[in-house]
Every structure is written in C-alpha cells, then in structure tokens.
Design a binder for this molecule. Structure first.
Ligand code: FAD
Length: 511
C-alpha cells in the first residue's frame, strides 16, 4: 500500500505538477487526482535503469503535439493508473522532457503485469506508447528539462521509503519483544541469552534513530526553502539498509517460524506472524527510487564537486603544464582559508555542547567527525585527483560516514527536543540515543580507518580476474542453467512482439 501511495503521490502526477506544473495543469489534473485518479511515474525502460540519461522513448515535436513512442518497464501503479508522468527524448535535440499522459489516449497500452518476490499486490507493468499524440500543454516544466524534473521529483519522493522503513522496524521490534519473552529455550526466555539481548537492544536503538532520521528529513522538506537532496538521499539509503538488517534479525530470532509462511503457520494452528513476507517485501527498498549504489554515488558527487571545481585545470589531464601552474594560485588561495580551521576548530570544540548533558560527548564526536571527514575528502582528492570520481571504495565509505553522522545528529536533536519538551519518555530516549551513538561512533572509527587501510586494490584485481573468466573453473560442479550470453540480454516486449507478430506466446530468452 505504501508503494502504491508513494508512486502516486510523490512521483506520480501530484508532486511534479506541484513543483513544475502550470496553473492550468494544476487546475485540470490535481482535482482529478484528489478525486481518486491514480497516477504513475514512467522512467525506467528495458535497457535503461540507474542511468536514465540514456533512455530511448521518443517524443517527436509535430506542431502543437508531441508523438510519443517507446516502452516503459516496471511502472508502479501502471496497470491501474489513469495518468502517467512519462519521460521521453526528442531525437533531434537529444533532450529529455516530461509529459502528462492519459492512459485512455489511443496508443497507450499496458503490455504486461509484472510480478515480484514481494509486494504481491503491487500493480506494476510494462507500458507501451505507439504514436501517442500528447498536446503541447501537457509538457511539464520546460522542454528539455525532463530529467531534472524527474530527479527533483524523486528528491522529496524518496522520503516515503525511510518513513515506511521506520514502520517496518517498529513492527519488527514489537514482534521480537513479544516472541523473545514468550519463547523459552534452555529453561529461560530467549532474550535472557546475551546474544539475543544484544540484538534486541541494537534493534531498539536503531529503530529510534530511523524514526529520528525520517522525521528530520521530512520536517526539513515540509518547512521548504531548503535543498533537501542530500538529507532525502541519506534518509532513503540509511533507513532502507537498517530496515533490511532489522527484518533479517527478526527472522533469525523467530527461528524456523521466521522462515515459515503465514499460511503455513496458520495451517498448523499458530498465529500467522508475517516475517517471511516482510523480508520479501522489504528487499526492494534497496533497489527502487535509486539503488543503494546510486544513492552513494549521488551523495559522493555532492561531497567532491567543490574540490573538483577548485582543482579545475590542475587535475585535468588534457591541460598543459603552464595552464596547471596558472591554476595553482587559486587553489592555494582557496585551501589556505578552508583547510587550517578544520584542525584549529578542534581545540575550541572541546568544551562545546556542555548543556547537552549526557549527550554532549556524542555531539562533540559528531562535530569532530565532520571536520575529519572534510579533511579526509581533501586528502583523497590530493591522492586520487581526477580519478577520485571513480574511487567508489573511498567515496562510498565517506558517504557511509556522512550517513552515520546524519543519523546521530537526527537522533541527538530529537532526544534533546524530547528533554526540552518534558516528554514523559525522555529518559528512555536518552538510553536509546546513547546506545545508538556508541555503536555508530564505533562504526565511524572503523570506516575512517578503512578509508586508507583496505583491500580495494586487491579486490579490483580479483574482480578483473573473475570477469576476465580466469576464475570460471570455480563455477564447475553445479547444474547447468543454460546461462550463455543470451540469458543476460534485456528485452523489449514490444520489439519481441513485433518479431513474433502472429503469436502471443513469448519464448524464454534461452532454452
Ligand atoms: C517493484 C519495482 C517497482 C518499480 N517502480 C518503478 C516506477 O514506478 N517507475 C520507474 O520508472 N521505475 C520503477 N522501477 C525501476 C527501479 O527504479 C529500477 O529497478 C532501479 O532504478 C534500478 O535499475 P535496474 O533495475 O535497471 O538496475 P541497473 O541500473 O541495471 O543496475 C544493476 C546493478 O548495478 C548497480 N549499478 C548501476 N550503476 C552503477 C554505478 N554507476 N556504480 C555502482 N553501481 C551501479 C546498481 O546499483 C544495481 O545494483 C521499479 C522497479 C521495481 C523492481
């Protein structure tokens, strides 16, 4: 249900129209959405996923209309939707625009309903567009700005998932608390075994942090006037990964019952606690609305962009030596002001935040980590220079540190607010915030260490060896699934149907 609502409300018609729509578009379509018309967001294509800039659906300008042709994959709500936001490219200018498309129009067809390991009720499908006539007034925002519109829409759209994930974590905590009290093994409730107790303590502390993260990011979005790109990405990435870990722990604590389906539990007379289903439903959160890797890249770019801009000609391999030397003055000028305070401020920070009581040391640690991370990204730039953009090992660890810092900040601020408001559960919140920050700080220390002490180079070498086929010997001794190169081809359903014009049957890619 949350995926249905998220696709409609956050990335379907309402959000892009709110942000970029004309008054006429808002007047025409928003009341329709409010009255119940479901909408969907159509960006992904069979051959284009994380890199939507290379999408191939076309919108050819023809006087006052655009002719839309192409195919969109995995369109959530697509099989129910009355309205779609479709991103398509003008083949002449190569630029991408966003359009409002009515699924009633001739040429729009739901080709196929997709099914997944979880989210079984998700109305999701392949939609084709064959010479669909889209009036010019249905262009959202400026012509050629469709990708920016899609990505901006996703910024706030992404906030649904972290909230959903906090909900999942709460549900898991409830299940684990009840079960670990009730289930006795070796003569005691299982939570009395230290390993289980630790899992439950971590789960509670992390759930509190997840709740704090989505609340902070959403409040910033609601307040407006602030670019929440990074906070939304951090909230999406951090909460989705934590939810997956928590569901995994829940399944572990439920033991065999965690792995058993609801209907099987019910069939033999036990209460159908749906942990197996939660696990299947939860996994997709790490993939859609920007996969974990893409979220890391997105945040990393923001972190290094300024350095790349300042370094400019100096790190550009195409520039001549005299041009590089010419750029040196500007670079030294920038870093002479920027770098020393990252060290010096440390001394003044020692006594800061004393009014934060038991939380003060955590806040000081957050502050120190921020400065240290800024220094380390500069050191990374100095070492890797223009290659930095491709150093995902380094960058992703830096982003992991950023997210921990963000989660600690959100948790500490929320706790402080609860204390200041005289919240009846403030003491319990302090306990959770303290545990969360202790383990988060430990993680941050490890990540800082691994920025410079890691196996990245060895992994790059082994990956090249695996991908070059030199380790294929290792894959012997298992059943042959027929995985030749055809098995990995992505396919356009419409193209395939054209090839097989006279039959509805779609043969498997191989076999
Ligand atoms: C249930 C479901 C609902 C969906 N709903 C919608 C929807 O409503 N509208 C819509 O437009 N799309 C939708 N999608 C598509 C979804 O957004 C994509 O699956 C997602 O963007 C990833 O694209 P992909 O699956 O093609 O993976 P790919 O882009 O092929 O990526 C494969 C793997 O490579 C990694 N990778 C790719 N590039 C990089 C890189 N530069 N660096 C490091 N790693 C990289 C990815 O993280 C991933 O792990 C949905 C998908 C599903 C399964």
């Amino acid at each position: 249900m949350s995926a249905l609502l998220s696709a409609h409300q956050s990335i379907g018609i309402p959000q892009p129209l709110k942000l970029f729509g004309t008054p006429e578009q808002k007047k025409k379509y928003l009341p329709r959405c409010a009255a119940g018309a479901i909408s969907a967001f159509a960006l992904t294509e069979p051959h284009v996923g994380s890199d939507p800039a290379s999408l191939s659906t076309t919108a050819v300008r023809d006087g006052d209309i655009f002719l839309l042709n192409g195919e969109k994959l995995w369109c959530t709500d697509g099989t129910l939707a009355e309205l779609l936001v479709v991103m398509a490219r003008d083949p002449a200018t190569k630029k991408i625009s966003a359009f409002i498309v009515d699924t009633d129009w001739p040429g729009v067809k739901v080709e196929y309903r997709c099914h997944f390991m979880g989210l079984k009720a998700l109305a999701n499908g392949v939609i084709s567009f064959c010479d669909v006539r889209v009036p010019r007034e249905n262009l959202i925002g400026e012509e050629g700005k469709g990708l920016r519109i899609a990505l901006t829409t996703l910024n706030t759209g992404r906030l649904t998932l972290p909230a959903v994930c906090a909900g999942i974590a709460k549900q898991c905590l409830k299940i684990c608390r009840g079960w670990s009290n009730a289930r006795h093994q070796w003569g005691v409730p299982i939570w009395k075994h230290e390993a289980v107790a630790h899992m439950i303590a971590d789960m509670a502390a992390t759930t509190f942090a997840m709740d704090s993260v989505w609340m902070l990011a959403s409040q910033m979005a609601d307040r407006g006037g602030y670019d929440i790109r990074l906070e939304a990405a951090a909230a999406k990435e951090w909460n989705t990964v934590r939810a997956w870990e928590i569901v995994d722990t829940t399944l572990q604590l439920r033991g065999g019952r965690g792995y058993e389906t609801e209907s099987s539990l019910k069939g033999r007379g036990e209460y159908p606690i749906p942990v197996e289903r939660m696990m299947r439903d939860c996994r997709i959160n790490l993939i859609f609305e920007g996969s974990s890797e893409i979220m890391h890249l997105f945040m990393a770019r923001e972190a290094v962009d300024k350095h790349l801009e300042v370094a400019g000609a100096m790190i550009d391999p195409k520039k001549a030596t005299n041009e590089k030397l010419g750029a040196l003055g500007g670079i030294l000028g920038f870093y002479a002001k920027w770098y020393p305070p990252l060290w010096l401020k440390g001394f003044s920070a020692l006594s800061q935040y004393s009014d934060w009581g038991p939380l003060a040391s955590h806040l000081r640690s957050v502050e120190r980590s921020c400065r240290k991370l800024a220094r380390e990204s500069f050191h990374g730039m100095a070492v890797y220079q223009a290659k930095m953009e491709r150093k995902q090992g380094f960058l992703f660890r830096a982003v992991d540190i950023v997210m921990e810092i963000f989660a600690m900040s959100a948790t500490l601020c929320r706790t402080r607010r609860m204390i200041d408001d005289g919240h009846p559960e403030a003491q319990q919140a302090i306990e959770l915030a303290d545990l969360f920050c202790r383990s988060s700080r430990r993680k941050v220390r490890r990540l800082f260490h691994e920025l410079w002490s890691n196996d990245d180079a060895v992994k790059n070498r082994v990956a090249a060896s695996v991908m070059g086929g030199r380790q294929a010997w290792l894959e012997g001794g298992v059943l042959d699934l027929g995985l030749d190169e055809r098995a990995f081809q992505t396919r356009s359903l419409v193209e395939l149907r054209k090839q097989l014009a006279e039959t509805d049957a779609i043969p498997a890619a191989t076999g």
